[in-house]
Design a protein around this ligand. Sequence first.
Ligand code: ADP
Length: 185
Amino acid sequence: MKQQGAIVWLTGLSSVGKTTIANGVAQELQKQNYQTELLDGDIVRTHLSQELGFSKQDRDINVRRIGFVANLLSRNGIIAIVAAISPYRAVRDELKKTTNNFIEIYVHAPLAVCESRDVKGLYALARDGKIKNFTGISDPYEAPLNPDIICQTDKFTVEQCVNQVLDYLEYLGIIFSENNLFASI
Ligand code: ADP
């Protein structure tokens, strides 16, 4: 049976847990022999969007590029997992309409929690005014109004959030649980 592709799009503030959940989901899918590819915002910026900055216009171009690549993968039967702040609602909604099996996952925790984690030390720099246009501090984040699921990373563990995503993929019929493999044949 041919695998069904999808775009698992994780949006949310810096340090909220997008990369952590994306890695966990990718690992679990690989373990179950699903073909998957991870598109992490930071890595994409290094390779595909080096020239872009953090204005609204540049962020939208970056998100459209990620969406374009994710869609190539998804329509060829691969589960593309995207971890990108992607702060603007309109461009996410545009991708939802124009790509194959776009699943919007809002990764959420209060700003204070994200800031206290400050995985890359960027919130401190933003508070000091050393980084401009920092999402949540000096740049907007437009939360999804109608996400497919919400992962609340201040209330649930990494494992619970990863399972929440996997359960949703199973609910959609994109994957089949290992216990339930025969249901897919
Ligand atoms: P982002 O990719 O959104 O910038 P990261 O995944 O790099 O964020 O960092 C999130 C941090 O929060 C990690 O240190 C991770 O261990 C921690 N964390 C705590 N609880 C969770 C959770 N439920 N889901 C994801 N990350 C969590």
